[in-house]
Every structure is written in C-alpha cells, then in structure tokens.
Design a protein around this ligand. Structure first.
Ligand SMILES: NC(=O)c1ccc[n+]([C@@H]2O[C@H](COP(=O)([O-])OP(=O)(O)OC[C@H]3O[C@@H](n4cnc5c(N)ncnc54)[C@H](O)[C@@H]3O)[C@@H](O)[C@H]2O)c1
Length: 231
C-alpha cells in the first residue's frame, strides 16, 4: 500500500514512526497547507516527495490518502481524494457532522474505494479481550456499560489547540470516538441518544509552543454527557 499523507502536525510523528515497522506500507508523498511543516516532517527520509495537497491527491503513485488534517477539513479532503479514485484513511473524528460522514461513505461506495478511520484501537488487546469475554459468555449478557473521560484541556500541551475548541472538536468528537467505537464494537449499533452539553469557559489559554500565552475562543461544548441506547 502506497500512502500519501496530508497534514503533517503533531500526530503525524506517530504515523511516521509506525511506517518504519510496517513492511507492507510505503509512504511516497506528503503535503500540508504549511509546506514547511511537510518538508520538516520527512527530512532525512529518502524517496518521500513533498507535494501540494492537489498534487498529492492527483498523484498516480498514491493508493491511499492518509488524512491527518484538522477535523473541519476531514470530509473535504476525503471527498477530494475519493473523487480522484484513492482509498482514504482519516484521523478522527470521521467528519464534523453526520451528514458529511454519510457523504464520504456514499462517495466511496460509488467510487469503489475503501474508507477507514481512526481510532482503530478496537483492534487492540483491550477491546478484543473484552469482545472475547462477551462472545464466550464469561460475563453473561451485558446489560449496560459506562465510559467516562475527563481532562482539563488539550490547550495545556498542544501547540495549535484551536481545532479542539471549534465545532468538530470538544470532548465528544475528540475523545468520544475512542469510547463510542468500543461500546459499538462490544454492544452493537446505537439506535437512540439522550444527551446534554455545556461549556464552562469562553476562552482558553495556549500553554506551550511558540503561541504560549495566546488566548483562543471556545465555540463548542466542552462538557458533554449522554445515554446511548443500543439496538
Ligand atoms: N495530537 C494528538 O495527540 C492526536 C491524537 C490522535 C488523533 N489526533 C487527530 O489528528 C488530527 C490532527 O491532529 P494534530 O494534533 O496533528 O493537529 P495539528 O494542528 O498539529 O496538525 C494538523 C495539520 O494539518 C494541516 N492542515 C489543516 N487543514 C489542512 C488542509 N485542508 N489541507 C492540508 N493540510 C491541512 C495543518 O497545517 C497542520 O499542519 C485531528 O483530527 C486530531 O483529532 C490527534
């Protein structure tokens, strides 16, 4: 699988480290709106080309576009890549709205390409062990599950935390996918949701990097609770 990676920010470093351990995966090109970031990401890696986003999407050598952009750009980049006949694998959240997510899936179906999305942690030992425990009847019939995640905020460590505090960010779409995809894997699809959200602060202060001390606005809910009713 020949990969073209779009978005060379914080999380791209983990993907780059993983590629070195995956002999069936070859990184052939990278792109970022900020070209300097793309160049820095692959400095010292032979054979990886730095392209513009449009060039990478059109590149004949790329089989799969790895989309590591910010949430608001996920669906747009996916749709452009699918239109060019590429498979796509996107960081989470899959899309910012249900409608955009459905558009991506429909476009991929029509184009006959594959779509994947982080998180893939359900394939890891934790959720798979839980899956076996349920399938083997070790705990009887599960009747409910609880998932909770709390943190003061990613602006404490992320140097460009803006996307966490606009629609597409917030704990529901940033960390929620990890918990919700485990719950769906273990208990099945969700048919109904009852939920509530709120935001405590209207501003956050960046805690690291070149923008440390800068105040950014909060335009999405930062405290979200829900009851998911599985089918
Ligand atoms: N940082 C983490 O620990 C982490 C962990 C897991 C998942 N993620 C997810 O990965 C994604 C990226 O996170 P990050 O922390 O690397 O963000 P980041 O802001 O550090 O990097 C995003 C990069 O994408 C580029 N970009 C934005 N829009 C683009 C577009 N339309 N076309 C091309 N490039 C574009 C930006 O210039 C930037 O370099 C997010 O969806 C996030 O939820 C992040």
């Amino acid at each position: 699988m020949r990969i073209g990676m779009i978005g060379c920010g914080v999380i791209s470093k983990q993907y780059l480290a993983s590629f070195d351990q995956l002999p069936d995966v070859q990184l052939v090109a990278v792109a970022d709106l900020d070209r300097a970031r793309a160049e820095a990401a692959v400095e010292g890696r032979d054979g990886v080309r730095v392209l513009s986003v449009d060039e990478l999407i059109a590149d004949a050598e790329v089989d799969t576009v790895l989309n590591l952009t910010i949430p608001a750009a996920h669906a747009d980049v996916d749709l452009r890549a699918i239109a060019a006949g590429k498979n796509v694998y996107s960081e989470k959240p899959f899309a910012v709205t249900t409608q955009e997510g459905a558009q991506v899936l429909e476009a991929a179906r029509e184009a006959g390409v594959l779509v994947g999305s982080a998180p893939d942690t359900v394939l890891g030992t934790g959720t798979q062990t839980a899956r076996v425990a349920i399938d083997d009847g070790e705990i009887g019939t599960p009747i409910a599950a609880v998932a909770t995640m709390a943190t003061p905020g990613h602006e404490r460590w992320h140097p460009q935390p803006d996307f966490y505090y606009v629609p597409g960010g917030g704990p529901l779409l940033d960390m929620g996918p990890y918990y919700i995809h485990s719950l769906v894997t273990l208990l099945g699809p969700v048919a109904e949701v009852i939920g509530a959200g709120s935001r405590l602060r209207t501003e956050r202060t960046i805690g690291s990097g070149p923008r440390e001390g800068e105040v950014i606005p909060v335009s999405t809910d930062t405290h979200v609770t829900g009851v998911l009713i599985h089918e």
